[in-house]
Design a protein around this ligand. Structure first.
Ligand code: BTN
Length: 237
């Protein structure tokens, strides 16, 4: 679409009104009301970045395993970016950082019926050719490599990486993908200071549970957190 408010909203409307084929991608050059995690807005200069939503129907995936979708999509973006960029890392739950700066964000919205996932709208914003951002902590592919990219080719290559990881998910080896995710996760097994609603906390990320909650080992306990409950540092000391 040349322009739309939010590709996730368009995809969700399609899913409610018709029965789109699995693998349908809603892609726009100009997303005017992009949505991010935690109710934040997602901004991207028109024609310079990837803003798209992929419709999946992972009926094979138990609802309690739905975080596996975040895992395989994070791995797919990581697979794609690390072909050309250095120092690509995942920041829990599913941000992708290059040189400690955010290059990609995801908003995955699932529709659940009973014990099955009817559909998953996987919204991905990947910063590609935009070289100026309001915040220092954001980057784009072109800022790292000093070259411009053809957006359609980037989309096609990224979708190939997603397909590979999705087929891996369908074959069911959750343990292996979870371990790969942890290996690429910023702060995994590194002591750090976290910010929580109760103040600062000294600890170490030791895992992510089935529901996607972050497991932090502190001096005296193993604690779990949802995304809104804890702030993880973007760097490793
Ligand atoms: C985040 O906050 O990190 C998630 C950002 C997700 C942005 C993408 S852009 C395409 C899709 N449509 C939306 O409205 N949001 C997602």
């Amino acid at each position: 679409m040349p322009e739309c408010h939010s590709t996730n909203d368009v995809a969700l409307e399609r899913c409610q009104q018709e029965n789109p084929t699995e693998g349908t991608v809603i892609f726009t050059d100009n997303q005017t009301a992009g949505r991010g995690q935690r109710g934040n807005a997602w901004f991207a200069e028109p024609g310079k970045n990837l803003t798209f939503s992929l419709i999946l129907k992972p009926s094979f995936l138990a609802v309690r395993h739905q975080f596996q979708l975040n895992i395989i999509l994070s791995l797919a973006v990581h697979d794609f970016l690390s072909k050309t960029l250095p120092d690509v890392r995942i920041k829990w739950p599913n941000d992708i950082l290059v040189n400690n700066k955010k290059i990609c964000g995801m908003l995955i919205e699932n529709s659940i019926l009973g014990q099955t996932i009817r559909y998953a709208v996987c919204g991905i914003g990947l910063n590609v050719n935009q070289r100026q951002w309001p915040e220092e902590r954001i980057t784009a592919m072109a800022m790292v490599t000093h070259q411009d990219y053809d957006l359609k080719s980037v989309l096609a290559s990224l979708l190939e990486c997603i397909e590979v990881r999705y087929l891996q998910l369908r074959s069911g080896n959750h343990h292996e993908t979870r371990q790969e995710y942890l290996d690429r996760l910023i702060g995994f097994n590194h002591p750090q200071q976290f910010i929580t609603a109760d103040g600062t906390l000294q600890g170490m990320i030791v895992g992510v549970d089935e529901e996607g909650q972050l497991q932090v080992q502190t001096e005296d306990a193993l604690r779990t957190f949802r995304p809104k409950e804890i702030q993880v540092s973007s760097t490793e000391a």
